[in-house]
Ligand binder design. Structure first.
Ligand code: ATP
Ligand code: MG
Ligand code: FE
Length: 354
């Protein structure tokens, strides 16, 4: 199966072509991503109108490039997949409409993919990961544990009740006068900092669920920064290190609860896979936490490479391929969705051959 995928739900314009063989193995034939970081950097975050316009400007060229690099012609494709939500509606409409036009022009089925399902299934593009598995998605817009039971079958174990984790990194960076996106800079500075200097809170620690909360932590950082008044380079590094330590400890605690819930639901699975996806998965300190937790709880840890963890179109094409293999396709009038929880991932089904 050969699938073209398109991703435009946030600040990355992306197109990719993937192949999936009969045994369910994946292959990336092309994967091009244009990040709009520079367009949004001056505002310290993603500006929806700027994002939508940038998608309009660049998507044509990126799709053509992805097709060219794949060495395929449109008539070789089995389906065209695009993110249909959740995300910034203006951007989602740009990519979904492009996919509809290509699908219609070449008489191929449309796959309207839930962006989160793309993140959830990416690991299977590279590894023979069996269902069910535990997914931790940590990005700029999402922070959640999902129990992945199968394609289209998700059960959310916990989510953030306020900020997403990437957002928390970005806000802390902003408080410290660092650039956007903040995660990589906070991580780099934390290496030179003293993690024990500031006792930031460990949100929701010990609670018997696996939800997250980061706004209190962010407020504690803000108050600390205000108390310091002038920030030396060492102060900034110490705040970064102390913040990262609080996040790491919180993650270890929440992960313990998630594993507990997963085990209760699937006692027969001996060494379940733990997949960590999203841009924050690039953080090395957190990766060490996940490795320690995997060893302690008997999990098989898989962190896909950064290029597939952050927003990309290969994961959208792959989710489309997985759904097509089950005979699931979507109608050309499928409407873009700003909100679309993963545990309601199943889009209205118009199965082929039914
Ligand atoms: P979505 O939530 O829709 O997937 P997004 O574009 O915000 O969207 P990603 O591109 O997956 O998410 O990730 C970006 C986020 O990851 C940013 O908030 C960024 O600060 C954070 N991030 C990137 N690298 C690191 C790092 N090394 N440490 C911590 N956070 C990081
Ligand atoms: Mg992004
Ligand atoms: Fe994403």
């Amino acid at each position: 199966t050969l699938i073209l995928g398109i991703e435009t739900s946030c600040d990355e314009t992306a197109a990719a072509v993937i192949a999936r063989d009969g045994a369910g193995r994946g292959d990336i034939l092309s994967n091009v991503v244009l990040s709009q970081l520079r367009e949004h950097a001056p505002y310290g975050g993603v500006v929806p109108e700027i994002a939508a316009r940038a998608h309009v400007t660049h998507l044509d060229r990126l799709v053509a490039q992805a097709m060219r690099e794949s060495g395929l012609d449109y008539k070789d494709l089995d389906a065209v997949a695009a993110t249909a939500g959740p995300g910034l509606l203006g951007g989602v409409i740009v990519g979904l409409t492009m996919a509809k036009a290509i699908a219609f022009a070449h008489g191929r089925p449309l796959m309207a993919v839930n962006h989160l399902e793309g993140h959830a299934l990416t690991a299977r593009l590279l590894h023979p990961v069996e269902f069910p598995y535990l997914l931790l998605l940590i990005s700029g817009g999402h922070t959640q544990f999902q129990m992945v039971e199968g394609v289209g079958k998700y059960h959310r174990l916990g989510t953030t009740i306020d900020d997403a984790l990437g957002e928390a990194f970005d806000k802390v960076a902003k408080l410290l006068g660092l650039g956007y996106p903040g995660g990589p800079q906070v991580e780099a500075l934390a290496r030179r900092g003293d993690a024990s200097r500031f006792a930031f809170p460990r949100p929701l620690k010990g609670r018997k669920d696996c939800n997250f909360s980061f706004s209190g932590l962010k407020t504690a950082v803000r108050e600390t920064v205000q108390d310091l008044m002038t920030l030396s380079d060492q102060d900034v590094a110490d705040v970064c290190a102390s913040f990262e330590a609080a996040v790491a400890e919180t993650m270890a605690d929440r992960l313990k609860m998630a594993v507990h819930l997963f085990r209760a639901a699937h006692p027969q699975v001996r060494a379940p896979a733990l997949i960590v996806a999203g841009g924050v998965a690039a953080n090395q300190k957190l990766k060490a936490v996940f490795e320690a937790a995997a060893a302690q709880h008997g999990l098989q840890l898989i962190v896909p490479p950064a290029k597939l963890c952050t927003d990309n179109a290969a994961m959208i094409a792959w989710a489309g391929a997985e759904r097509l293999a089950l005979g699931l396709t979507d109608p050309l009038d499928f409407a873009a969705r700003a909100r679309w929880p993963l545990d309601q991932a199943q889009a209205p089904v118009y199965g082929s051959g039914k």
